[in-house]
Ligand binder design. Sequence first.
Ligand SMILES: [Zn+2]
Length: 286
Amino acid sequence: MASESGLSIDVHVAPMRPFVGAASEGAGDQPLWSPMSSSLIAGAEEAVLVDTLITFDQVDVLADWAESHGKRITAVLITHGHSDHWIGLGRLLERFPDARGLATGKVLDRARFEATDAGLQKYWHTCFPGEIPDSPALPGLLEDGTFELDGHELQIIDVGQGDTEHSSLVYAPSIGAVVAGDVVYNQVHMMTAETDGASRAAWVASLDAIAALNPTTVVSGHKRVGAPDSPETIEQSQQYLRDFSRIVDEQETVEDIVATMLELHGDRDNPRVLWYGARQAVAKRS
Ligand SMILES: [Zn+2]
C-alpha cells in the first residue's frame, strides 16, 4: 500500500510446509512449519526487508519477490534471534550486496547463540536437512535503534517478551506500520514453548505496547497466507495467550489442553505448535 509519506509496505508469505520432526501424537500434530512472513518497507528508491525465511528455496523466492519491486535493498532487519527469522540472511545478501543484516544487541546475542550452540545447530539441520547453510551469516549490530530509509525514520524497538524473551519490532511511524515478528501471530497457533505463566503475562504486556503505537498495519512473523495485516491481531494474540495460561492451569493432560484450546482457537493454522507448547507446559510442572 502506498502512502503520501512516500513509504509503503508489502508482505511476502512463505506457506506452511513439512519439516523433519517427531511423529504425530494426536490429531493435527503433524511436523509442519508455520507460514512465515518477510516484509518489504520501501521508499522512493530504497527499501529494507524485515526477516529472511529459512530454506534456500524460500529465500530465493523471497529475493525474486523483493527484486521485483525495483528498489535498492539497503538492509535486512531481524526481529528476533530464532533461526527461522534470520538463517537465510547469507543467501539473501548474495542477491542484495548493497544490503546489511542488522539486529539489536539482544537479538544478535540470541542469534549468535543459535548459530553456535551444538544442540540448536543439530536441531535446525535435523528439521531442514540440506536446506540451510552450515555456517549461517549473522546480522551486524544496529547501534541506536533507528534506521533511515529514503529520509524516513524506522524505529527498531526492543519490545521484550514475545515467543522468545528478547524480541524487537520494526515501526514505520509515518505509515503507522508495525512489523511485529513473533510478538503478534495472525491465524497461526502461537509458539508458547519458551514461556511460562509469568512470561506469557509479559508477552501480553508487549502486545499492549504495540497497541499503544496505534498502528493501522500489523504484520505477524507467522501469518496465514492471505490473512489481512490487521491491528485486531494484537487483541487476538492476547486472548490466545490468556486462554492458554488458564487452560494449562485447569487441564491435566497434554491432550486435554490441546482439545480445550482447539475448541476456542481451532481455526488457526498448524496445531503442531499447540501440541508442542502443551507438552512443554506439562513438562514444566514437574
Ligand atoms: Zn518464528
